[in-house]
Design a protein around this ligand. Structure first.
Ligand SMILES: *[C@@H]1O[C@H](CO)[C@@H](O)[C@H](O)[C@H]1NC(C)=O
Ligand SMILES: *[C@@H]1O[C@H](CO)[C@@H](O)[C@H](O)[C@H]1NC(C)=O
Length: 367
């Protein structure tokens, strides 16, 4: 035992002499930044006067503390599981008072439930952090880090970081299709609305690039018409709701096209498309293959498919969350999130375009 310790000591000293210490660590510990909506919010809305919140039981029932945290999940969400897989500390919500000092160097989560690409998406939730405000906070974050570690180190931290952004679902569910004859649906046909949202999204991503981001995973929307909330309201005999499915099928390919264009514009593969639509369709077409008993019924909720209203302490609650694709009427369970992250990490080109996260990590550690 003592001998082993000695040997590893010698190795460490060798590493340091050869400069491997510098070479190995930075690639492995990247800062991680998260932007977007409830699929990735890890508690920012707890600090806001909004109805879009997940800070009451049974949310968090399978979280390590078994308490609600603001995550729209029974346990961990996608950013948590990415951090876990990478061996990084989980990011804190940007609004958390605990996010200060050295903890800033881990990164931050700016996401806010209810937001969309468009500024008018989610107005019914009143006080949420719209995407441009999330980007302004990212700028503010960089100022704070500069005070801590200086200009050069801050620039490096941001450039070598990983970014995840999840937006778009709410521009349909909580805007265009929120009510019949919504303002946006009177203004645009679906065929015109989709390219409009995508072109506005392009501006958001350009600004993210201008703020220094160089590795950005952009998720598409899931099959919007297949979530329990839509099945409950719009579906006959469990078929996915047609209009929302059409929206997703128009939006996702145009998003990928736009990301390709952006990569062409900047001359390198900064933006990586995660085909979350296909990942979810896999669950929906054969839930049993993944160990789920249903992809239609939410674990927590009420009414048909447990898809009506919100998930609250009074709702039906399934005993084993691991058997459900959907935790609540809109959001996946931790176990579904784990399978999605596995695809983000190692998925083929169908799922991750132009490359998966393992390939990104390998590439960036060589740079
Ligand atoms: C949304 O708001 C931001 C900043 O508040 C603004 O710069 C942008 O032009 C707005 N987008 C649209 C489409 O109005
Ligand atoms: C990740 O993507 C690369 C490139 O597309 C592919 O060759 C590889 O099989 C995928 N999986 C892993 C674990 O890298």
């Amino acid at each position: 035992m003592a001998k082993l310790v000695n040997i590893s000591y010698v190795c460490v000293i060798f590493w340091l002499i050869l400069g491997f210490g510098d070479f190995v660590t930075p690639a492995e510990s990247k800062a991680f930044f998260v932007f977007g909506d409830s699929l990735v919010d890890n508690g920012n809305n707890n600090y806001l006067a909004t109805t879009a919140r997940a800070d009451a039981p049974p949310y968090g029932i399978d979280y390590p503390t078994h308490r609600p945290t603001g995550r729209f999940s029974n346990g961990l969400n996608i950013p948590d599981i990415i951090s876990e897989n990478m061996g990084w500390e989980p990011t804190l919500p940007y609004l958390s008072p605990e996010l200060r000092g050295q903890r800033l160097l881990v990164g931050a989560n700016f996401a806010s439930a209810g937001v969309g690409v468009l500024n008018d998406t989610g107005i019914q939730f009143v006080n949420i952090i719209r995407i441009y405000q999330q980007l302004n906070y990212f700028e503010q974050y960089q100022r704070r880090v500069r005070e801590l570690v200086g200009e050069e180190e801050t620039q490096r931290l941001v450039q070598e970081s990983l970014v995840l952004i999840t937006l778009g679902g709410n521009d349909f569910v909580n805007n265009y299709y929120l009510v019949p004859y919504s303002a946006r649906s009177r203004q645009y046909s679906l065929e015109k609305y989709v390219p409009y949202v995508v072109s506005e999204y392009k501006k958001v991503l350009k600004r993210l690039y201008d703020l220094g981001a160089r590795r950005v995973i952009v998720t598409g929307t899931g099959p919007l018409g297949c979530v329990p909330a839509e099945l409950a309201q719009h579906s006959r005999d469990g078929q996915c709701a047609e209009e929302l499915q059409k929206a997703a099928s128009l939006y996702n390919p145009q998003l990928v096209q736009m990301l390709n264009q952006l990569n062409n514009d900047v001359g390198t593969d900064v933006f990586v498309a995660a085909n979350t639509n296909q990942m979810h369709m896999d669950f929906i077409s054969s839930p049993q293959n993944f160990g789920f008993v249903t992809s239609k019924e939410a674990c927590c909720g009420q009414g048909p498919y447990n898809g009506m209203g919100l998930c609250t302490a009074l709702s039906n609650l399934c005993p084993n969350r691991d058997l459900y694709v959907f935790w609540d009427p809109f959001h996946p369970s931790e176990r579904a999130n784990r399978i999605i992250v596995q695809q983000i990490l190692t998925g083929s080109n169908t799922y991750m375009h132009p490359m998966n996260l393992s390939a990104i990590m390998a590439l960036d550690s060589r740079a």
